[in-house]
Design a protein around this ligand. Structure first.
Ligand SMILES: [Zn+2]
Length: 356
């Protein structure tokens, strides 16, 4: 299984902070067009189906959006103030290169900070509140800044994507461009050798803020089962303990199958059976509570849908340089395609209803 690193780079390089996902959704549409007919709903969710109209219907979903910032105000000197889109750690920002995605195009900037020499001892190591941080775009005053950017413009970390070594990559927004990679590749693999089931890709918007894309699609979809692919916390790094993270999750160990209320037992058993038959390594992750993904919302699709969480191990979540393993992505795509074929063989009404 050779991963398509160029496609992952395209997904990572395209900006798509929550509420402003169109550039990355365009990458998804372009790539899906040869195997399915992508459609975009009013919120910006992208949907495309191989074997449309066939039954059962299997949906594989990931979120297109990434965390970011948004311009709120520009002061007299031309410094740009901002708020956050999604879970941004204020500690990470000072000294960071960012890009304002203005209507005119990309505007480079840096998050300013006081020189370390001038920070009193008592304040060192503490993050300033977001409203006390600023971005410098090199504008001499407010008018010059507002000629290039505007209130409401989204902001992202500067594009970054490198292969560190042996299939381990680092980049921004691997949460959840890793998942998007799996969704699109799974559709391609399934289109190359389809089974009886319809397999539908769903690329959602606004997961990092309010699960808005999933909420809209949960009302429109009536799938027989739903596979939600998202980045999950790798534990093979300092200071992340498996006992606090729902179990051990290592890079290169394969995708993690979630267990808990958000995963249907029959669908989980099917994933385990197919992974064993196909020789695909998987890991197990406990979700005693909220998965903090689109899963809970998408489970409400139709009259209630059998769902499962497929977690991709990612280090340094929500930082500008997240780290993942290409093999986990490609093997997850093969697993999803194989599961879709198997669901087509074994599905009957009531298949996913837990046995009493
Ligand atoms: Zn995510």
């Amino acid at each position: 299984m050779t991963a398509d690193i160029g496609f992952l780079r395209d997904l990572v390089t395209a900006p798509g902070p929550s509420g402003f996902e169109q550039p990355v959704q365009e990458v998804v549409r372009r790539r899906l067009a040869p195997v399915a007919a992508p459609e975009t709903d009013v919120l910006g969710n992208v949907v495309a189906t191989v074997n449309p109209g066939a039954a059962p219907l299997v949906v594989v979903a990931a979120h297109a959006d990434q965390i970011g910032l948004q311009v709120t105000w520009v002061d007299e000197q031309g410094f740009v103030f901002f708020d956050k889109l999604g879970g941004v750690d204020p500690l990470l920002l000072p000294g960071r290169a960012v890009v304002v995605q203005s209507r005119q195009g990309a505007v480079d900037g840096v998050v300013g900070k006081r020189p370390t020499h001038m920070i009193p001892e008592a304040e060192r190591g503490k993050a300033a509140e977001l409203c006390d941080q600023w971005i410098d775009i090199g504008a001499p005053d407010r008018a010059a800044a507002l000629a290039r950017i505007a209130c409401g413009d989204p902001i992202v970390f500067s594009p970054h994507f490198v292969e560190l070594a042996g299939g381990i990559v680092a980049g921004r927004a691997l949460d959840d461009r890793c998942g998007l990679y799996v969704v699109v590749r799974a559709l391609e693999l399934y289109a190359g050798a389809p089974g009886a089931a319809a397999l539908r890709a769903l690329s959602t918007v606004q997961e990092e803020t309010r699960y808005m894309g999933a909420q809209v699609q949960a009302r429109r979809q009536q799938p027989d089962c739903m596979i939600v692919v998202d980045a999950d916390f790798a534990t093979d790094q300092p200071e992340v303990e498996p006992r606090r993270a729902g179990g051990t999750l290592v890079l290169g160990g394969g995708p993690a199958l979630g267990r808990g209320g958000a995963s249907n037992p029959a669908l989980l058993a099917l994933f385990e059976e197919v992974a064993a038959t196909e020789g695909i390594a998987v890991q197990t992750k406990a979700y005693p509570g909220d998965t903090q993904t689109d899963n809970e919302v998408l489970q409400t699709a139709g009259a209630g849908t059998a769902a499962i969480n497929l977690g991709l191990p990612v280090r340094y979540m929500h930082s500008p340089h997240e780290v993942a393993h290409l093999d986990d992505l490609e093997s997850a795509a093969h697993l999803v395609a194989a599961v879709a074929r198997r669901v087509g063989e074994v599905f009957e009404p009531g298949f996913f209803t837990p046995r009493v």
